[in-house]
Design a protein. Sequence first.
Length: 337
Amino acid sequence: MTRRVRRMAVRGIALATLLATVASCGLLGGKEEPAPAADANGKVEKAKITLGVLPILDVASVHVAIKKGYFAAEGLEVELKKIQGGAQAIPGLINKELDMTFGNWVSFFAAQSKDAAKAVDGIKLIADGYQAKPDMFLILAGGDSAIKSPQDLAGKTIAINTFKNIAELTAKASLEAANVDPKSVTFKEMPFPDMQAAVQNKTVDAAFMVEPFITRAQRAAGQIKVLDAAAGPTDNIPIAGFATSGLFAKENPKTVAAFQRSIAKGQADAADRPTVEPLLVEYAGVDKETAALVHFGAFPTTLDPTRLQRVTELMQRYGLLDKPMDVKPMLLQPSGS
């Protein structure tokens, strides 16, 4: 080998080494990005998805998964669209304004029982989201109100975020358990962020709130707990989860699987208060002190048909379902489940 050829060979090796080093460092010292997990099975069909969410604690796992790059690592970009409740999310799935959505189980089961989403092959449940614990599902009244006990709610008007959802179901069940006829109560629909003011200005007598709005109303307005709607017959009841349409799931199986892997990691991390509290300040608009006091529910990491079936049984009892319903056909379990 001539001297000139040897020099060229050495330069080629050096250049190859430099390029390999640059690539492994993420372009000259930048943070190394993990390869999308979806690449092992091919790229996702739809890289940018629109996800319906509410500004409540229940969706903390979504914000954790975005913040920690779990979606990005799966090749997904998630655009969040604010909704008022699960009932509002279903038309979004049908008209394809939403690819996936967070929502309460009651709204999903009621819509499926009535074939409301038949045009898009029904509703598919793809991940669990939130489960009740004490003091995170409360009916509050003003501190100066005559309403001090569950019995005082008879004949009163109570705000809920949407009709015929998990709030209405658990309110009725817990009222009946407290010997109050649910039919004597009038429910008024309004967004969670508006409830504190509605109680203060007497637009409603009480309000069914979730976190972080419970803690904010108690701290800022002195509103008091009248009834825990996640106790007694509704203790540990499954509240909400993530869904898509049957059509979207059929056309985008890798996208759905990537979402399921990402949100499972977010769900596991959402149980950690130090992780969630600063995110609540960002997406729910509460102060740090309020975020530090909110009552957490549970963030399940698996879809359990036995637990979800309990919701349908309560729905049938309180007139939100006309007949028994098997939830298993709606569940789209992650691969390997």
